[in-house]
Design a protein around this ligand. Sequence first.
Ligand code: KG4
Ligand code: ZN
Length: 358
Amino acid sequence: MRVLAIESSCDESAAAVLDSDRGLLAHELFSQIELHRVFGGVVPELASRDHVRRLLPLVRNVLESSGTAPRGLAGVAYTAGPGLIGALLTGAALARSLAYAWRVPAIGIHHLEGHLLAPLLEADPPPFPHVALLVSGGHTLLIEAREIGRYELLGETRDDAAGEAFDKTAKLLGLPYPGGPQLARLAGSGRAGAFTFPRPMLDRPGLEFSFSGLKTAVLHAVRAREMSDGVKADVACAVQEAIVETLAVKALRALEQTGLDVLVVSGGVSANQRLRARLAEVVRHRGARVYYPRTEFCTDNAAMIAVAGLARLASGQHDGLAPSGLAPSGLAHTASAHGGLPIEARAQWPLQTLPPLA
Ligand code: KG4
Ligand code: ZN
């Protein structure tokens, strides 16, 4: 089985082709970072317009470089949510139109399921069941992943996501968007212990997170003194420590609570080297193992959407778009009988509502 996948939930346009026998055959990505940088954050309307420009050439490229003809596809997977609604709709419209024209099924994929399954692309994939720590720009979740499609939420953030905390504090330090990787780089030259910021919710039982207090603490620290490059690096170091320690303690707690000995970490913040070093200590101490996607698949990409798409198509799931290949008797007729081409995307979409695989 071979699947084409499209990702457009935020500020990355991406396409990939994954084959169940031969693995990942092609993946391409266009990052809109330069487009949004002057605004200090993602401008949704600009993101949507740029996806419209970028997606089709990316799709052409991955089909060509993987030697894939449309008739060789088992389906087209696309990110249907959660994310920026306009951005999502560009990918959904393209994916469903291609599927319609090629008469193959389309399948809308949950962006976070993509992140969760990204480590399955590696040579040594994590076994199920496992605890997943999903740390991205929009989400911070601890999940018990029983198998593909069966996810139980153990805890999540009450306010800002971990990536958002990195980005917002980076902005307070005057670092350019996107701040997370920049702050991590600066933290490397800071002195540990020069500042100490709150480790939110660590003193309470449970697996919830809260990161919004961190920006207030950093704001006070920044306002109170002259900010030399050295002091900035010290602040960055303390911010990173506070976030990393909070994530590490809660991840350990989740392993203890579930009795599982496999931890999977994914999403943009899982690229953070300090987090990886700290989690390595935590799991070693417990006799557990930790798995990550390769660095380029920590942040948004289409390869991860292809993994989820292939798993769901293989189990017989799809969007139920009647005209596509499933109704050989007259495309136009079937299309009109169904009132045209339904294109749906969801800005909000709780992960726990996903159907299990058949
Ligand atoms: O998963 P992702 O690409 O997009 C979302 O679905 O949100 O995650 C992006 C987030 C941003 O907040 C970015 O600053 C953060 O991941 N990030 C990092 C690092 N690389 C990306 N945060 C800390 N350290 C990094 N090395
Ligand atoms: Zn993401």
